[in-house]
Design a protein around this ligand. Structure first.
Ligand SMILES: C[S@@+](CC[C@H](N)C(=O)[O-])C[C@H]1O[C@@H](n2cnc3c(N)ncnc32)[C@H](O)[C@@H]1O
Length: 343
């Protein structure tokens, strides 16, 4: 039996809970710390829970960690001593701390991380942010600390709470760029892996619902020639960008004129899920056999699951290897990827 902490977007707490209850038989929700951070109990050990979820990845659950100790916040030293006693000697660690109610405490997330790291180093372990052997995950909430020890691959995301952060840049057009960058990472999409179609000198990408243009810019920066389709204007920052051509029409009008094929079709259109999926299916023949489609499903407030399932069902007629996930940078939406269905 194990208790584990799971996280999702605040608004998707119910969807995340229900998918875990259905994926892990006989599991039960113990409590919510806050919306989007819950404690689940499973008759399985944490390694088995993790294996099952890695094999059949949930859509709305972003991150999990085992709940090994719950301790009053001022008892953290003895809880960490117990944690250390379970660590394999001579191993490296990373400490991931989240404080859900920071104004209550006289210390910061960084103080707590540092204290715990120092204790671990006194015990002969060494910090490694990139490839640690173990992650010590901690949530501080309501004067209690929730502590767990796991291997990085078991947590579903290497970021605390699955909250993938990217640094903002001055030349950034909008935060929507992070959605694409996170999707490339989460779905292991290697943009340099596509083969160059015969007779072409540059890989082609189609970006539907491109305005103001942050996805187009991210792809153009990675040497794609981007056909950006959106009746709305692209950012003036993209004026003169030789890797982007803008078609200022709705996609329905563009489709009847377009003759090209693409290594990547991106679709972030604000549109009903079913209609958007149908457009993707009619564009599937334009996708190279080793190409990939990346799209967002804008989920309605009412019956989001029904809309999602309908969208996935429609996509299945043109795509295979479909994967779906609510990313940290998705709000009321999920990101879906797939390859053209082989004939
Ligand atoms: C969330 S924004 C896209 C943001 C974009 N991915 C970026 O990175 O800047 C959604 C866009 O979908 C566009 N859109 C909605 N319906 C469309 C249609 N029928 N054809 C093309 N674009 C459409 C809207 O004009 C809007 O600019």
């Amino acid at each position: 039996m194990s208790d584990f902490i799971f996280t999702s977007q605040d608004d998707s707490w119910e969807l995340a809970m229900n998918e875990l209850l259905s994926y892990l038989s006989d599991s039960e929700l113990m409590t919510w710390l806050v919306r989007g951070i819950g404690i689940m109990r499973s008759p399985l050990g944490f390694s088995e829970v993790s294996q099952q979820l890695l094999k059949n990845p949930p859509i709305f659950t972003r991150h999990i960690f085992p709940l090994d100790h719950v301790t009053p916040i001022n008892g953290w030293e003895s809880a960490i001593a117990q944690t250390i006693s379970r660590l394999r000697p001579k191993s490296s660690f990373n400490v991931q701390v989240r404080i859900l109610d920071p104004t209550l405490y006289a210390f910061s997330k960084f103080d707590l991380t540092q204290w715990i790291s120092e204790e671990l180093q006194k015990g002969g372990f060494w910090p490694d942010m990139q490839t640690p052997d173990f992650i010590v995950s901690i949530i501080a909430y309501n004067f209690a600390m929730y502590i767990g020890l796991s291997e990085p691959s078991q947590n579903m995301s290497s970021w605390p709470g699955g909250m993938r952060r990217f640094a903002r840049r001055d030349d950034q057009i909008s935060r929507a760029e992070f959605k694409l960058l996170e999707a490339l990472e989460v779905f292991s999409i290697d943009l340099s892996s596509f083969s160059m179609p015969e007779g072409q000198v540059q890989l082609q990408a189609l970006d539907l619902g491109a305005a103001p243009g942050s996805w187009s810019k991210a792809l153009a920066d990675r040497d794609f020639f981007v056909t950006a389709v959106d009746p709305a204007n692209l950012s003036p920052l993209l004026k003169g960008n030789k890797n982007i051509v803008h078609y200022p029409y709705a996609v329905q009008k563009f489709m009847s004129k377009d003759k090209k094929s693409y290594s990547l079709i991106a679709n972030d259109m604000r549109m009903d899920v079913g209609n958007s999926a149908k457009i993707m299916v009619s564009l599937a023949p334009k996708l190279a056999s080793d190409g990939i489609a990346v799209m967002t499903f804008k989920l309605p407030e009412k019956k989001p699951l029904a809309a999602m399932n309908k969208g996935m069902q429609i996509l299945e007629s043109g795509y295979e290897n479909l994967r779906a996930k609510q990313l940290f940078h998705n709000r009321s939406e999920i990101t879906v990827t797939g390859n053209r269905k082989s004939t």
